[in-house]
Design a protein around this ligand. Structure first.
Ligand SMILES: NC(=O)c1ccc[n+]([C@@H]2O[C@H](COP(=O)([O-])OP(=O)(O)OC[C@H]3O[C@@H](n4cnc5c(N)ncnc54)[C@H](OP(=O)(O)O)[C@@H]3O)[C@@H](O)[C@H]2O)c1
Length: 269
């Protein structure tokens, strides 16, 4: 039995990587979709692909989520089209793997805009109708970087710590309203993320293959965790062990190791 028959999931960052795979797994399970990202043509292509494969209705909303007006515009457009969102997937996001001082300020503010401000605003906007409906699900894509400071990707790690903290708190607040909130925490995943974070493509020999996750697998695990009502889902056994290690490790050790790894990631992964 399909999970999503007659239901609609909104996926941000659906044009590539984990978001595209999330959109696909929702379509496979009978959901209709609202797809948000900047790349209008890519979203349109995805919409046609998913319609042909699964008969999915995909509403394409090209938006730049670093613009403060974008979340309200999305909410109003869906309201006026009478589209109710049953599942909100806040996946859009990006990083910068370089020193804080060398990261252009415009990139820092855009990162906070997409990873933190837009995600928070979308949670706030869509939680209201979910509360009225007495049902809903929210999947926020955080990261294993949520669990530890990340020198050389300082703002990125801080944005993802925010996403984890917000998601855990909301999972408690919204539980009485029959709304689940899940933070999906992938480790390094092979998508367009590394190129966007470093400007470099190609594998980095300093990063072993076992550390690289598959986007389709990450998305499927996220979909399952969301429907199981799990609050935190860490993808990959190596990363689950790593996060467990952090629980018993003094913070000065954790941030020193994080800094050494962060330096390696300047060349991508
Ligand atoms: N890949 C990893 O190693 C990894 C690890 C942990 C967590 N994550 C998280 O996973 C999520 C998805 O990343 P990914 O790995 O799939 O990277 P990706 O392949 O680069 O995809 C990022 C998605 O976000 C969208 N996006 C970026 N900036 C946007 C903006 N200003 N407005 C609207 N959409 C925007 C992109 O679409 P457009 O370019 O078309 O706008 C794209 O669809 C992110 O939140 C990321 O932080 C990734």
């Amino acid at each position: 039995m399909a999970h999503g028959y007659g239901k609609t999931a909104l996926v941000t960052g659906a044009s590539g990587g984990i978001g595209r795979e999330l959109a696909t797994v929702f379509a496979e399970h009978g959901y209709n979709l609202v797809a948000v990202a900047r790349s209008a043509d890519t979203l349109q292509g995805l919409a046609e692909e998913l319609y042909d494969a699964y008969g999915t209705t995909v509403t394409v909303l090209p938006k730049d989520l670093s613009k403060p007006s974008a979340p309200q515009q999305i909410f109003k457009a869906l309201r006026s089209d009478g589209i109710h969102i049953d599942v909100l997937v806040n996946n859009a996001g990006f990083g910068a793997f370089r020193s804080f001082a060398d990261t252009p300020l415009s990139r820092v503010t855009a990162m906070i805009g997409v990873n933190v401000a837009a995600l928070t605003e979308l949670c706030h906007l869509f939680a209201g109708p979910m509360i009225e409906q007495r049902e809903g699900r929210i999947l926020n894509v955080a990261s294993v970087a949520s669990f530890n400071p990340t020198p050389n990707a300082a703002v990125y790690g801080a944005t993802k710590a925010f996403v984890l903290s917000l998601s855990e708190a909301l999972s408690e607040e919204l539980k009485p309203h029959n709304i689940t909130v899940t933070a999906l925490c992938p480790g390094l995943t092979e998508t367009g993320f590394s190129k966007a974070a470093t400007g470099k493509s190609g594998a980095n020999p300093a990063v072993p293959d076992f550390m690289k996750l598959d986007a389709k697998q990450v998305a499927r695990e996220g979909f399952d965790a969301l429907h199981a009502g799990e609050v935190i889902k860490i993808n990959g056994f190596a990363y689950q062990l790593g996060v467990e290690w952090l629980r018993y490790t003094p913070r000065f050790v954790a941030r020193t190791v994080g800094g050494m790894f962060g330096k390696q990631l300047e060349d991508g992964f």
